[in-house]
Structures are given as C-alpha cells and as structure tokens.
Design a binder for this molecule. Structure first.
Ligand SMILES: [Zn+2]
Ligand SMILES: [Zn+2]
Length: 679
C-alpha cells in the first residue's frame, strides 16, 4: 500500500496526543474500507440487475446491467425503484430482472441504492411498455412515466386493505344484456375464464355503464381482474357508481389524473398489491397493473381524450388491445358510435359484434332530421324542433347539443358572408357577449367600426352560434322553463328528472336521471364543415353521444341536410353500417385504418435530416414536407409517411431506428406521431 505503512505508531518525532489522533483516524479509514468492501460485495444469488434507466435518449433506450450489492439482495427485486450511476449522473430506474450473469464484458457498476423495494413495475407492464414504445416509435422512459405514478413515501408505508370477495349474479347480468344478440354466449364465456373479444354498440338509453359493471362482476367472480378505460372524469364517476351498485361499494378503484399525487399513488398501490381487482379510469389507467387481468374495456374509443398528448402519444384503445394480445384477455370495444378501427377488428375477425337489432332500437327511440330554415340569427331553430321541445318538456328534461361553446364563436359580413378578420393580425373576429364589441380571437384587438373589405358593408352576422347564444334564444322561446348550460369549464355531471332544457357542447352533456325525454342536435352542418380525415365519423360520434342519453320512448331530432350519409346513419341508428361504408372508402383511398400513417414534425432542417435518415419499408409513400399551419410565426413543417397496414410494424421499427440515430448524433428533435388522431 503506501510507503509509510510500516511506520505506523513508530514515528519518533510525533507527540503522544497527536499520535493517538492519527491512529484513531487510520482505524476509522480502515473500518470504512472494510464497510465499502462489504457493500461492494455482490449478492450471492442473481448478482446482476437489469435496470431501465430514466434517460429519454432513444439510442440508450434499453436495460443496462448493474451489480447488486449483497445488502440490496432482498430489496433490489424486479419492479423496485433504484438509483444508478449513468453517464456520470445519479438517475432513477426500475429493476426489470435479476440474473446470474451479464453479457456485458467489462466490470459492472453497483446499484447506488434501492429507493423502494415496493415492486411498482410488474413484469407484464414492463413488457407492455416495451410494446407501446415500439409501436409508437417512442422512448420507453416516456412510456414508463405514463405507466407508473411518482412515488409517495408516506402512502407507500400504509397497508392496502383488500376488498371483500365478490359474488356475481349471472342472472342479473343476463337480464341487463338481454337486448344484445349473442350476449349470453359472450357472458358465459367470460364467466368461465375465456377470452371473448367484442365490438359493442349498445342502443340508446341502455345504461351502458351498468352493462360494463355486470361484465366486470362475472369476470371478477371467475377469479380474474378487470380494467375499464373511459374518456373523462365524468365517465369514471358514472362507471364507478354502476360498479358500486352491481359489485357492492368499495370493490373497485378509480384512477384519474386529477385525484392528486397521494390519492393517485394510494389507488395505484391498491391495484399493484392485488388488493383491488377492478379498475376504472381515464387513459393512463390503461397501464394499471391489475393482477390476473381477464377483461379490458374501452368506452367511446373515438373520443380524442383517449389519445395521449404526451410523447409517444399512445391511444388507450391500442394500449388495451396490445394488452389483450400479450396477456390473453377478453376485450370489449364499446361506444354508441363505431370507429373505423373497431370496424377493422371485425373485418379481420379479431372481434365479434355485440349489438342490438335495429328494430329494437327503433322501438326504443324515434329519430328525425329536419332541414335548417336559415342560418341567420334567431331563425335557426325550426318549428319541428320547437314542437318537439315543447312536447318533450311535458315528460322530462330536454337536451340541446350545439357545436361550440361561447356566445358567438365567429363573425362574417352580413351581406356577402366574407369571414370577418382582425385588421391587426387577420385573426377571426368573435363576439363574447351581448354588449361587448367584436374582438380578435388571436390578438384580442377590439374591432370597432369594422367594414367588409370585399363589399364595404358594415353589418356583421354570426354564422356560428355558441351555447350561451343558443340558451338565450331558447329562453325567449320557452320563457317559463329553466335553461341550463354545460360546456367548457362549467360542465355538469348530471341533471335531475325535471322539465328543464339543458344546452351542452359535444362531450359536455350531463347525464339525466332516467334519461332525456327529448334530444335536439343543432347546427350539424357546422360539425360537418371541419376539414379533417375523420370529420363525418366524428360528427356521427358526437351526435350519437348526445342521442344515446335519451330515455326509452324518447325522441331525437337533428337539424341539417337529411341526405347527408352521417345524418342518415343517425336517423336509422346505424353506426355499424356507417363504419363499414366509411372504411370501404378509406380502403379505396388509402386512408387509415386501411393504411398505417405517421407524421414527422419539426423545424425544416430537422425534418430534412429525418427524411435523409429514414429507411421506411419499400412500399412506403412519403408526402411533404409541408407547413403545419398558416400561422406565419411558426416555421414547423410536417412529413407524412404512409404504408399498407400489414407493414405497420416495419414502419414503427424504421421510425424507432430514425429516433435512435438522430439521438446518437445529437440532431435537432423532431416529433414523431404514429396514427395521429387527426391530420
Ligand atoms: Zn361584405
Ligand atoms: Zn388580431
């Protein structure tokens, strides 16, 4: 060791007190060396830990091997959170596996410490995150952040009390599902531990949440777990109430993003510790580590809320379908509307339809479409609608769906209909209230003394009316009736069974106890005027979402062009036929889901680099790059890559490889989105 090692204790010039101090510190140093040596002593069994490190760099996106020190042998188990040394820094990670040996040839670094021995990353969820990262050409660290909530130490110390065992009532389940053809076979199969897969479109007023609860009960009674994903918090509350009613109180957990970190972690632990077997939640619940999962359910899979806005932008339906494949579970893809993706599941034979006959639906509800008389202010509620509202109010509440929130969403020249634009920035002008002057939606500039640039006329009209304006109009028409609104930041969960009018924007419709006596859908032309790939599909989904809240024996009326295919599908209550025709067209025109499509978005230079580096399958079409928006301050451009659906996995692999090369070379970031929800 050191040169003066042999002189210890024998230094002639050292004072006795100093000598004692030196010897003491040497003894301490020796003790520390011994302790460190013991700490570095690897575990005797499986001394290697494979760790997923929280580093969002695509080219480092794989497990790394570390030595497990003996004292961490019992805690650094698969699923545990650890700290490791990575590229000169302490970073978080999860142990995914313990092993006897490593393929790494050099010396392995020991784990720094075990943050918590609580196994929060179950093996099947680790596998799921790998599959999702691959499918969406994203980083696994990003997917893990969606899958596992942040730790809350206080909550982790508390035990999770298991919920009571449950006894299901197959007769009650059969009765609830009676209107659906083939439901008996589906439920029997489910209760027996099988894995039937169905695309499910219930009739209006069916109380879909109750049907979900019955399917859940049969699955749990058979000893398996259930996972239900719904678009928003209000849907979670609805399903939660139904689960309480069918399973008994406190036999499930609800996972939503806004329940706060402590509560969210407590609920997560209930699931990961196997204390609760039924989970309902919004999109991140798709990763919930339900033990012995037997059934996955997604409701209203066409809703944009199922598309994760954070990278790598996974969609809950795709996450759940991947889980159903990986874990061999049953699946229910449900909604009043049927998406083209759900239609695709039927075409390929992956799932069977679970529907009621159209005769049954027609016996339940009468639906009509009437043309709009005029789009100008004050006369857009045709007399047929007025009559329906008046009659329905004798029976109960009436729902009026209007496409946009706010007072008057945008303005146009009264004479020539040229859209009114801001003089400062060319943004659209809107009216916020009855007394405020029109102002710009982009810069807020007040447009006093506006004159039409095309014809010089000074009058403005509102082709697009918001819910507040609609409520005002209805208030004049039905002066003695209470009128409520539900939209934006003021969404109502439910309304009582009283003769009131409820004006709501799509997705914000409150549930009515016992269902609505009448449902009115206004301004359908406006929903159909969007220029998106899914315009018609989305329009029908929104209308069926409102119409589905009607009670048995109730009436639905929509204002619009009776010849439009989407409105015809509404009148005939035919989401299946609509999805089939829509998908036929997409097949003919090479649009998703008949093809797999991905976008690469970023600054022009970065997208050019990406285009050079991308090695897509030979059959791929590359479109663009084109400017993303007409906003002059944005330089972003977008590339669209399209392949036949069968080559979807190869496209994902090519995009993943692009991200790895880009990351390794430290090139500017691009945003890659596989199957973007809109284009
Ligand atoms: Zn004009
Ligand atoms: Zn402006």
């Amino acid at each position: 060791m050191t040169a003066n090692h042999g002189q210890t204790g024998g230094h002639p010039d050292m004072l006795p007190g100093l000598r004692a101090a030196v010897e003491d510190s040497r003894a301490k140093a020796a003790a520390t060396r011994t302790r460190k040596a013991a700490e570095a002593e690897p575990a005797t069994v499986d001394p290697v830990a494979r760790v997923l490190v929280d580093v969002p760099l695509a080219h480092l996106d794989r497990p790394f091997d570390y030595t497990v020190p003996a004292k961490m042998a019992e805690t650094a188990m698969p699923g545990a959170r650890v700290k490791v040394r990575f590229a000169g820094q302490d970073v978080d990670g999860y142990v995914v596996e313990r092993a006897e040996t490593s393929e790494h040839t050099g010396r392995l670094t020991p784990l720094r410490r075990v943050v918590s021995g609580e196994p929060v990353l179950a093996p099947e969820i680790a596998a799921l995150t790998a599959g999702v990262a691959e499918r969406y050409a994203g980083s696994r660290a990003d997917v893990l952040r969606l899958a596992v909530p942040p730790r809350h130490a206080t909550i982790e110390k508390q035990p999770s009390v298991p919920s009571e065992p449950l006894v299901a009532d197959p007769a009650a389940a059969g009765k609830a599902w009676a209107a659906h053809e083939h439901a008996a076979a589906f439920l029997t199969h489910l209760a027996a531990g099988g894995s039937p897969r169905a695309v499910w479109n219930p009739p209006p007023g069916a109380g879909w949440q109750t049907l979900v609860a019955h399917a859940a009960a049969l699955t749990v009674a058979g000893g398996r777990g259930v996972l239900v994903c719904v678009p928003d918090k209000r849907d979670v509350e609805r399903v939660s109430a139904a689960l309480d009613a069918v399973l008994g109180a406190g036999r499930h957990v609800a996972l939503t993003a806004d329940s706060g970190p402590a509560e969210r972690y407590r609920q997560f632990l209930m699931v990961s510790r196997g204390a609760a077997h039924v989970v309902v939640g919004t999109r991140s619940a798709a990763f919930a580590p339900v033990h012995n999962l037997g059934l996955v359910v997604i409701w209203d899979d066409g809703d944009d809320l199922h598309a994760e806005p954070r990278a790598p932008y996974p969609h809950s339906r795709e996450v759940l379908l991947l889980r159903a494949e990986q874990q061999g579970t049953a699946a229910l893809v449900g909604g009043f509307a049927r998406t083209c993706e759900a239609d695709y599941l039927l075409r390929t034979g992956w799932a069977r339809p679970l529907v009621t006959s159209r005769d049954h639906v027609r016996a339940q509800v009468a639906t009509a479409v009437v043309p709009g008389e005029d789009r100008a202010i004050g006369t857009r509620i045709p007399s047929a609608v007025r009559d329906l509202v008046r009659d329905a109010l004798q029976q109960g509440p009436v729902l009026v769906q209007t496409p946009r929130q706010g007072y008057v969403a945008s303005l146009a020249c009264e004479r020539c209909r040229t859209p009114a634009r801001c003089r400062e920035c060319a943004g659209p002008l809107l009216l916020a209230g009855p007394t405020a002057p029109p102002h710009c939606r982009w810069c807020g500039h007040e447009a006093l003394g506006w004159a039409c640039p095309e014809c010089g006329h000074r009058g403005l009209r509102a082709p697009v009316l918001g819910d507040a304006r609609t409520a005002e109009e209805l208030g004049r028409m039905f002066a003695s009736t209470t009128i409520r609104t539900s939209s934006g930041d003021h969404v109502r969960a439910s309304v009582p069974d009283r003769p009131e009018i409820v004006v709501a924007t799509p997705g914000a419709e409150p549930a009515a106890e016992g269902g609505y006596a009448g449902v009115v859908i206004l301004d359908t032309w406006l929903t159909l005027a969007r220029t998106d790939l899914r315009t018609d599909e989305e329009a029908l989904r929104r209308w069926l979402g409102a119409a589905g809240l009607v009670r048995a024996g109730g009436r639905v009326i929509a204002v619009g062009d009776p010849a439009h295919p989407a409105l015809q599908a509404l009148v005939r209550w035919d989401p299946a036929g609509f999805a089939t025709r829509e998908n036929d067209q997409r097949l003919a025109t090479h649009l998703p889901p008949a093809v797999r499509l991905a976008t690469v978005t970023g600054e022009p230079g970065a997208v050019d680099d990406a285009l050079t580096l991308l090695a897509p399958p030979a059959a791929a079409e590359v479109l663009g790059p084109v400017a993303v928006s007409d906003d002059p301050t944005s330089e972003e451009v977008r590339l669209v890559v399209r392949v036949p659906r069968a080559l979807g996995a190869s496209l994902s692999t090519a995009l993943g490889e692009l991200q790895r090369v880009r990351s390794a070379r430290k090139l500017d970031a691009v945003r890659i989105q596989v199957d973007p929800p809109s284009l």
